[in-house]
Design a protein. Structure first.
Lengths: 264, 90
């Protein structure tokens, strides 16, 4: 088994592959780093920042950003509106205006978060945000990228991008990749997993998970939710929804969609 | 006695003294499981917070005091193997 560990997307990324050349993993790392540069909101020169800055007019978007914007619209529908990348103004109002290590800034009044389909339009090679809107791709990008990269690495590979992961194929034994999930280890085969939580990237009076219904840091009785799904992208969506719904409603919402969940 | 014999006798004496001495030391110092650690491991004075890291290591999911409530579909099997990675909050 070949493996590669590196830092990108605000955390640790791990690539594993059976019968995968080191060169393929290096290319995978380069792709992740390139996407990081493209999608970070903390660099004014990134494609995401330029897209946000151009709100109000049609802007050329790369195929990768276009795919992520389509995925974000799908996530909005799948999550009944609870996963909404247009929460960026709420995140900024909560004080998360710069790289987390630099600390929060002063809070301001929460804005209204509009439904994503109301503020994001796509057409061939171009996208348009409504004036005053801004997006943060956050976990959507990590899950989507884990799915894409695992596919690129071949039939037996595992990609973990800062906790959002996809296990493709059966791993070394053929029975599944051993992956820590909650307080146990599960064998994952052709499954995605993701975790959403409020404890990390939190500060006094706030955290990074904005509830689009209130534009405020989510109030939930769950500290952390991990979810299994058929893709990492879906796992990311489901984990976020479950966290926002809370412990009473999350199991019923997850039951018809997820292969497993851990609520803390 | 010639010089070689004296040297041989001296070497034998040193070896014997080392053998007897080390054996006596071991016999005189049996392992005592009840012996306190020095310095005391439980002393508050010896407890230190870990140094901050520039690249924080992600905590494993479910590592909090309250254990997670886990539901898993029958098709997903647990294993005793150590996980090669884990899902966590980013």
């Amino acid at each position: 088994m070949e493996s590669r560990v590196f830092t990108a997307l605000g955390g640790e990324c791990e690539l594993y592959g059976i019968d995968v050349g080191v060169g393929a993993l290096e290319q995978g790392e380069a792709w992740v780093l390139g996407m990081h540069d493209r999608l970070t909101r903390f660099e004014t020169s990134s494609e995401l920042s330029r897209f946000n800055a151009a709100a109000g007019g049609w802007t050329a978007v790369s195929p990768e950003l276009a795919a992520l914007l389509r995925e974000s619209l799908r996530a909005f529908v799948v999550s009944d509106g609870l996963v909404n990348i247009a929460i960026l103004p709420g995140l900024l109002a909560a004080g998360y205006t710069r790289d987390f290590d630099a600390g929060p800034t002063a809070r301001t009044a929460p804005p209204r978060i509009p439904p994503l389909p109301d503020v994001l339009e796509l057409r061939a090679g171009e996208g348009r945000l409504a004036p005053g809107s801004a997006i943060d791709l956050g976990g959507i990008a990590k899950g989507w990228m884990a799915d894409r990269l695992a596919e690129r690495l071949g039939d037996n590979a595992l990609v973990n991008l800062c906790g959002d992961l996809y296990a493709r194929g059966g791993g070394e034994t053929g029975e599944g990749w051993p992956v820590g999930f909650g307080d146990r280890t599960l064998l994952l085969k052709d499954l995605g997993a993701a975790t959403s939580g409020t404890a990390k990237r939190s500060w006094e009076g706030g955290h990074h998970l904005i509830d689009p219904r209130t534009a405020l840091p989510a109030k939930t009785d769950l500290r952390e939710v991990s979810v299994l799904a058929s893709t990492a992208a879906d796992a990311e969506i489901y984990a976020k929804v479950a966290l926002l719904l809370g412990s009473n409603d999350a199991p019923a919402w997850l039951a018809p969609r997820s292969s497993g969940w851990a609520l803390t | 006695m010639d010089r070689a014999t004296v040297l041989r006798a001296g070497a034998a004496l040193v070896a014997t003294a080392a053998f007897v001495g080390s054996g006596s030391y071991v016999v005189a110092h049996p392992k005592n499981d009840a012996a306190p650690l020095q310095p005391p491991a439980g002393s508050p004075l010896t407890l230190r917070s870990p140094a901050p890291s520039a690249t924080p290591t992600p905590a494993r999911t479910g590592s909090a005091t309250a254990p997670p409530r886990i539901t898993v579909a029958p098709g997903v099997r647990p294993t005793e193997l150590p996980g090669i990675t884990f899902t966590h909050v980013s």
